[in-house]
Design a protein around this ligand. Structure first.
Ligand code: CA
Length: 308
């Protein structure tokens, strides 16, 4: 079977866990590395959460610890949505510490990219600090990256500012470096995750499917203070699903850049579909998702994960 090589750069995080769980059971994917980054919670927690999740899923993927803070700015955590440790709401087994590499995320990503014969796709589920450092430190990796699929940004409004989405706004300079890198990028933004919602009925389906479904449902039931009546917004899982089933999504090319100066629109992704700013179209932007099929496929994938 053809395997597509993938690096996941992530700040687990409840929805990160829900994304990673379905990716590690997808037979066409070969996840070579999970790199942690500071974001939803601090770097010790995000790294530990990745190791706990792998212990729970019984999967052996190397984990590399990444950046402890954004390039220029102070950390701002999302403990209101994800809890103090980032993955509260479920009792995970002890972290699988033997999977933690000695080298940091930037070096580990570099080595993984250079050691693979084929190009590698990178899925980013957190701030882009590691990826910015990677492409500045080792520009030769650009030719080894198939594409970057990013949960980040928004074509509409934000969740940490009026227009600022969390992952981009936490480290806007890093995001700007990545958007300007010339590497093919697909942006799965906040507006897609807000549309692709699981219902309470879907969570009940997940619970019937087995332990992985129970874990994901428990996390989501504690997510964002537990407000699930309007559905669970699937931010990181949308980016993961795009990687595995792009046909569920509609994309449109645009010039995308990041606001890094204005205090009132800090971190806003400026998504120019119409060449107003005369920028080169550098990003394939997700503009729609087939919500019914997305929900069905996600729930199916979690049930399948149980058997792998
Ligand atoms: Ca995340």
């Amino acid at each position: 079977m053809k395997t597509r090589k993938v690096i996941i750069d992530t700040d687990p995080g409840i929805d990160d866990a829900a994304a990673i769980a379905v990716m590690l059971s997808e037979p066409s994917l070969d996840v070579k590395l999970i790199a942690s980054v500071s974001g939803n919670v601090g770097i010790e927690h995000t790294t530990n959460n990745a190791l706990k999740l792998l212990a729970f899923l019984k999967k052996d993927v190397p984990v590399a610890k990444g950046a402890a803070a954004p390039l220029l700015r102070d950390n701002r955590f999302a403990t209101n949505a994800h809890g103090k440790s980032g993955m509260g709401g479920f009792d995970f087994p002890e972290p699988k510490n033997e999977l933690l590499l000695e080298e940091n995320a930037v070096l580990s990503e570099y080595r993984t990219l250079m050691d693979c014969k084929e190009k590698v796709s990178i899925l980013t589920l957190g701030p882009l600090t590691n990826i910015a450092l990677l492409i500045l430190t080792f520009p030769e990796v650009k030719g080894k990256i198939e594409e970057i699929i990013m949960m980040g940004g928004s074509t509409e409004r934000g969740n940490i500012g009026i227009y600022g989405e969390f992952n981009v706004t936490i480290d806007p300079e890093a995001a700007k470096i990545v958007f300007r890198s010339g590497i093919p990028i697909t942006m799965v933004g906040l507006d897609i995750g807000r549309k692709a919602r699981l219902t309470v009925g879907d969570l009940e389906e997940l619970e019937k499917g087995g332990e992985t479904g129970m874990m994901i449902s428990s996390l989501f039931r504690s997510y964002d203070g537990g407000h699930i009546e309007e559905g669970v917004k699937m931010y990181d899982p949308s980016a993961a699903m795009y990687l595995m089933e792009p046909e569920l999504f509609e994309t449109k090319k645009a010039f995308v850049d990041v606001e890094t100066a204005s205090p009132i629109t800090m971190g806003a992704t400026v998504v120019d579909f119409d060449e107003t700013l005369n920028g080169t179209k550098n990003v394939s932007v997700c503009v729609d998702v087939d919500v019914e099929r997305f929900r069905r496929r996600y729930v199916q994938r979690v049930a399948e994960a149980e058997r792998k």
